[in-house]
Design a protein around this ligand. Structure first.
Ligand code: FE
Length: 225
């Protein structure tokens, strides 16, 4: 004869096991999902950026998302097939950071555009910029000068969480020059596709248009506490 308390315990165990299995199956730990392109179409109509140039840029960004997913899948497949000693694996491994950063930097770049208000004088970020660069104008001059450097890449205003200091950094292409462990606050794309469709070789005019559309609330929201 089965005792009633034993039946209660076995029912509870069955329920716990069912919940656990359900958790895994519905996307809990252990499930890896592909990256999904974000929709930045709300930026269309922004002053100084034609819709055509923005659409071209969104398409390029989607390519980075697609290739990040592709490389992640391919690398996992090759690792599972013990092909990690192959030159192909090594080359894809090197390439992964280029594609991933191309994806993430574009998300940060589009995410810090579309603003209409200047950075508030009493904001935490403005005070920190002034403390680090002497004045807001000196910071802006350095950021713009970094963006005017020859070559293709990105300018990043970043915050070092260890020291609390801010830096304007040049990232060559997508992957060279990142400071380890810093938080990117403001990101500007200076690949040629970002400005040539609207400004030709007048990169300084594009940089000014970028400045006119910074979403400072989004930038400040990226700061550490
Ligand atoms: Fe770009």
């Amino acid at each position: 004869m089965v005792r009633p308390w034993l039946m209660v315990i076995s029912s509870m165990l069955a329920l716990l096991l069912a919940c656990g299995a359900g958790g895994q199956g519905s996307g809990g730990e252990g499930m890896v999902k592909d990256f999904v392109p974000q929709d930045f179409s709300a930026l269309k109509g922004m002053k100084g950026f034609s819709d055509k140039a923005l659409e071209l840029h969104f398409t390029l960004y989607q390519g980075y998302v697609k290739n990040t997913n592709l490389l992640a899948q391919e690398l996992a497949k090759m690792a599972a097939q013990n092909q990690t000693a192959s030159p192909a694996y090594a080359e894809l491994k090197r390439r992964f950071g280029w594609e991933f950063n191309g994806m993430r930097l574009h998300e940060l770049y589009f995410g810090n555009l579309g603003g209409k208000e200047p950075l508030a004088a009493d904001s935490k970020l403005k005070k920190k910029i002034e403390a680090n660069f002497g004045s807001f104008d000196q910071w802006a001059a350095d950021f713009k000068a970094t963006g005017a450097m020859r070559g293709i890449g990105w300018v990043v205003l970043c915050e070092d969480p260890v020291s609390g200091r801010l830096f304007n950094v040049w990232i060559n292409e997508h992957d060279l020059g990142h400071l380890a462990g810093v938080t990117p606050l403001l990101i500007m794309d200076v690949f040629e596709h970002a400005f040539i469709p609207d400004y030709g070789l007048k990169r300084a005019e594009y940089i000014q248009a970028f400045f006119d559309n910074i979403n400072w609330k989004a930038v400040e929201g990226r700061m550490g506490k």
